[in-house]
Design a protein around this ligand. Structure first.
Ligand code: NAI
Length: 250
């Protein structure tokens, strides 16, 4: 019996990248997993690759829309009854100088990264069993300034702050809330934001361990935070970045 037998976990942005890798690890560990994401085709493809249809529920959801989150909760309740974990991971990047950011960019980035995380947790609350665990996904950019990152970084700083205050807010129900802070992880988002191999090589050179991260590098740590092995950790941030934030490139 593993730590996740009989446990139900929601992963937003679960159709690709870090979310899909986490869903895969959870399925391997015995959990039932709900993957929610904006792109229905991608979710359907993800369900196939997870190869455990009886334990996977895919719900097309835009986390910035409260009506979608209500529908998601209703479907989770109907299929699995309750939740024991949430990974609020859905997010979008934006690589733009402050002068070029539009109101639409602002609403989309803040709507997905911050509003989405906030209401993903709020709407999951009635479903969360005692001693559940919530993990939010921030970014290394909350610790370092980058000229083209003002909007994205601020949206992720809000996520980090949210976890810190949700921890005492939800502690009475035994619910723990922590943040994972990834460094450079090779996913569709990373490839889109970096644009070409020359830029990716520059980013790799900033990492003390000398390699870009894999989605599984994050998924393994998310599983730790979701599991009872981290039962005395709440309100904390775990930076998983190969030594990006804390080191000076050699
Ligand atoms: P990804 O692009 O593969 O995954 C993002 C997922 O979120 C996609 O499946 C997308 O469909 C979903 N999504 C986007 N907007 C949504 C919305 N409004 N509603 C529901 N789902 C939505 O990229 P990745 O890298 O796996 O990103 C996952 C998280 O990790 C994001 O929050 C990102 O900000 C964060 N992150 C990623 C880093 C990296 O280097 N890849 C670094 C630091 C943080």
């Amino acid at each position: 019996m593993t730590d996740f037998d009989g446990k139900n976990v929601l992963v937003t942005g679960g159709g690709s990248g870090i979310g899909l890798a986490t869903a895969r690890r959870l399925v391997e560990a015995g959990a039932r997993v709900v993957i929610a994401g904006r792109n229905a085709d991608r979710l359907n493809a993800a369900v196939k690759t997870l190869d455990a249809e009886d334990r996977v529920l895919a719900v097309p959801t835009d986390v910035s829309r409260l009506a979608d989150l209500d529908r998601l909760s209703a479907q989770i309740r109907e299929r699995f009854g309750q939740l024991h974990g949430v990974f609020a991971n859905a997010g979008i990047g934006l690589n733009a100088r402050t002068a070029d950011v539009t109101e639409a960019d602002f609403d989309q980035v803040v709507g997905t990264n911050f509003k989405g995380a906030f209401f993903t947790v709020q709407k999951a609350l009635p479903l969360l069993a005692e001693n559940s665990s919530v993990v939010l996904n921030a970014s290394w950019l909350v610790h370092r300034g980058m000229a083209t990152g003002s909007l994205y970084a601020a949206s992720k700083a809000a996520v980090l702050s949210l976890a810190q205050t949700l921890a005492p807010d939800l502690a009475g129900q035994g619910i723990r809330v922590n943040t994972i802070t990834p460094g450079h992880i090779r996913t569709e988002m990373f490839d889109g934001v970096t644009g070409n191999d020359q830029v990716r090589e520059f980013f790799r050179g900033q990492v003390a361990l000398g390699r870009l991260g894999r989605p599984e590098d994050i998924a393994d740590v998310v599983l730790f935070l979701l599991s009872s092995r981290s039962s005395y950790i709440t309100g904390q941030e775990l930076v998983v970045d190969g030594g990006l934030v804390g080191s000076v490139p050699a």
